[in-house]
Design a protein. Structure first.
Length: 124
């Protein structure tokens, strides 16, 4: 189940590096990186993340490059076919979801892949 829901999603080296930095101090075998994507914002998507001790039973485990990323089912659907990147600029730092289908994205050009979201950590 988890493999098929995120099979078309890719994670860039920059995103992988950031996730490894965030999770390296939690050696628990059940710990992981929760990535949540939801509709919202000018771009159409909003991304939040957190490092957690264990996966929620409703979440799906995605294991690109041996990472433990926890996604809820709706995030899997929104990430289908997308590339998850991590950008560090003077203006923004966070996750960027790059889609090849910018239809319905108010802040993107219809002729090019769109950068649709910058995320921020969730504070529990």
């Amino acid at each position: 189940m988890s493999k098929t829901l995120v099979a078309n999603t890719t994670l860039t080296a920059a995103a992988e590096k950031f996730i490894r930095r965030m999770t390296r101090f939690n050696p628990s075998e059940t710990a992981g990186f929760r990535l949540k994507v939801a509709p919202g914002g000018c771009s159409g998507l909003a991304v939040t993340f957190d490092v957690v001790d264990e996966m929620d039973p409703k979440e799906i485990l995605w294991t690109p490059s041996g990472l433990r990323i926890f996604l809820d089912p709706s995030s899997c659907l929104l990430l289908d076919g997308a590339e998850v990147d991590f950008a560090e600029t003077r203006a923004n730092t966070g996750f960027v979801v790059i889609t090849k289908d910018p239809a319905g994205q108010c802040c993107s050009s219809a002729s090019a892949p769109s950068l649709v979201s910058i995320g921020a950590p969730v504070r529990s």
